[in-house]
Design a protein around this ligand. Structure first.
Ligand code: CAO
Length: 415
């Protein structure tokens, strides 16, 4: 079966997490992703957080599926020539070096355009143009600078970063969309273009609702769905909302049976207005359905804490899965707090290819997250990540180099 991005060739100059997330997605959609790495070392994540000595780490293998790896010293003059040949052959160059690194290598936008005017040059940077544009940035810096940390956590605690890699993987996703959009536009214009996804911008895009709240707060001085209402104080900026749900349907994380020993025996419970009467029935407080102090969403807002405490009295009598089963029968929105162990073992996620077991020649079998985006006409087959330089000879031959030339370039340290 054909793949959505069949025929698209990507020169993958990415490393660590943000860029590799993007190119891995493109590879899953069928693009030929050629990862250019430094000879002898490769992507730094190959050796970071290793669980098996001298074997590519899970950090690397889980972000670089379906790619080919070539090693080129791009600071060696002959290595630069190989890179030029690749630029002429590829459709997209994706990079997430520190600001200016590609220019210092001699590959400015102008030079790349000379070599291949159809080339799309896509970059992840920490910040867009402005005071911080020259800064190197990692995940948590982006979470802090993009508004996620100041709005995450509890009101009486410090800012908190989230485990979801919204700075790296989130920005990689944004970049991937930019790339396919630029490829689409190129069909009309015949020209390449630059695509920039700044990590601060990507995080802020995901925190859009918090900028909404900032403006609501400035206009009205309060926000009734926040736990600070009605007793706490609002300051000038959007406060941390604990586990409150962002929208108009109040929610909270509640303890379930076993919470004393299991750190994940919790459920997210939403008191959605249309099912309020059912919630009252389930928790045994039928009178709340008609009591004016509880019957409407507006009436409930001032004492949500007490309402959730009462609901929790019920949830602590059930496991999170029992509670789910009962609540779902009544269309009451809720969700179990799943541990990574539970997710890894969940059969339905294996069945859909969201969790995949992959075999690797030096590591053996490991679990990975497959493609979360499912296309009916372009199914994803998750293939193991490449060993360092595994495809150097193969790709060099495709570029037209003879075995003798390849071995001379190897002797010269260019590849
Ligand atoms: N051959 C020769 N040199 C190579 C090479 C190759 N194949 N590949 C890379 N290099 C060189 C680069 O040219 C650069 O050299 P100069 O500094 O002399 O120009 C050098 O390797 C290192 O690149 P870097 O500065 O990008 O790497 P770093 O480890 O110091 O910084 C990071 C890492 C992530 C902080 C930085 O790349 C960055 O800010 N990237 C943009 C934002 C980003 O993507 N951050 C998220 C990363 S995931 O958490």
């Amino acid at each position: 079966m054909s793949k959505a991005l069949d025929g698209v060739r990507i020169l993958d100059f990415t490393h660590v997490q943000s860029g590799p997330t993007c190119t891995q997605l493109l590879a899953w959609f069928g693009a030929d992703v050629i990862k250019v790495e430094r000879a002898g070392a490769g992507d730094i994540t190959r050796e970071q957080l290793r669980d098996i000595p001298d074997v590519d780490s899970l950090y690397f293998t889980m972000l670089n599926h379906n790619k080919r790896s070539v090693t080129i010293d791009t600071k060696n003059p002959e290595g630069k020539q190989v890179l030029e040949a690749l630029i002429q052959k590829c459709d997209v160059l994706v990079e997430n070096f520190a600001p200016g690194a590609l220019d210092r290598m001699g590959f400015t936008w102008e030079r790349i355009q000379e070599l291949n005017p159809r080339m799309i040059v896509a970059s992840v940077k920490g910040f867009g143009p402005g005071p911080y544009e020259d800064c190197k940035v990692y995940e948590n810096v982006a979470q802090c600078a993009g508004g996620a940390a100041s709005t995450t956590g509890f009101d009486d605690g410090p800012p908190v970063v989230t485990g979801a890699q919204i700075g790296d993987s989130g920005t990689g996703l944004h970049l991937a969309l930019g790339i396919v959009t630029a490829l689409y536009q190129r069909m009309q214009t015949g020209r390449g273009q630059r695509v920039l996804a700044a990590m601060q911008d990507g995080v802020l895009n995901l925190c859009r609702v918090k900028l909404r709240d900032q403006q609501r707060l400035e206009r009205t001085g309060t926000m009734k769905e926040y736990p600070q209402y009605p007793n706490g104080m609002f300051g000038e900026a959007v406060p941390r909302a604990g586990n409150a749900s962002g929208g108009g349907q109040p929610g909270w994380i509640l303890k379930c049976k076993g919470w004393e020993t299991d750190p994940n025996a919790y459920i997210y419970f939403i008191t959605q207005a249309p099912v309020w009467a059912k919630i009252c029935n389930v928790i045994g407080r039928e009178e709340w359905a008609t009591d004016p102090a509880y019957a409407t969403p507006a009436a409930r807002l001032p004492h949500l804490k007490d309402i959730f405490a009462e609901i929790e009295r019920w949830t602590t009598t059930k496991t999170k899965f029992e509670a789910m089963q009962i609540l779902n029968k009544y269309d009451i929105p809720c969700g179990p707090i799943l541990s990574m162990k539970e997710i890894a073992e969940e059969p339905s996620l294996r069945k859909t290819g969201t969790i995949v077991e992959v075999d690797h020649p030096t590591r053996g079998k490991y679990l990975t997250v497959g493609n979360p985006i499912k296309l009916s006409d372009s199914p994803t087959e998750v293939k193991r990540s490449p060993l360092l330089g595994e495809h150097t000879d193969e790709v060099m031959a495709e570029l037209g180099y003879s075995p003798e030339q390849i071995s001379a370039l190897r002797t010269a340290g260019a590849i």
